[in-house]
Design a binder for this molecule. Structure first.
Ligand code: HEC
Length: 129
């Protein structure tokens, strides 16, 4: 998953799978349940296609939601908050808040990522169907 021989079609895809941007900058996270666990990647929890699912990490079962773009931005009557937009997806990734202003569960790390890398990551999420 983190092999240097792997090539990615975009910087966003690279970040999703490796938590390292094309410039070599690691995308770090802080706080949360998995604080100090070392390298985590979006794909580890949300799956290679972004469809989510459950993973066992450090003995805990993590239920990660579907973060394909239609799932994030579609109107879902069961959702407790408005659909995501570009701006609120960014806030979910960096600040761990949903579009209703509620904090996400602590099993979702809070990410520190440069604005241009975040743009690329969000562009990549838009390709997930
Ligand atoms: C350790 C597991 C884990 C990792 C790693 C992780 N997430 Fe999450 N993520 C979660 C969980 C669990 C939730 C749901 C939190 C909740 O329900 O409050 C979540 C929620 C989200 C949401 C909000 C979805 C929604 O329906 O509200 C987005 C967007 C998201 N993650 C994107 C990312 C991105 C992008 C990355 C990589 C930079 C990432 N996540 C890495 C576990 C993870």
């Amino acid at each position: 998953m983190t092999g240097t021989s792997t090539t990615y079609a975009s910087n966003g895809e690279r970040i999703y799978f490796t938590a390292v941007s094309s410039s070599g900058t690691p995308i770090s996270y802080s706080g949360g349940f998995f604080s100090g666990m070392g390298r985590l990647t979006c794909a580890m929890c949300h799956g290679p296609g972004g469809h989510g699912g459950s993973t066992t990490m450090m003995g805990a079962i993590v239920q990660a939601p579907d973060i394909t773009w239609p799932a994030l931005t579609g109107a879902d009557p069961d959702m407790e908050h408005p659909p995501y937009t570009d701006q609120t997806v960014r806030a979910a990734i960096t600040d761990g808040v949903d579009p209703g202003g509620q904090p996400l569960d602590q099993t979702m790390p809070r990410w520190t990522i440069a604005p241009n890398d975040l743009d690329d990551l969000v562009s990549y999420l838009k390709t997930l169907q």
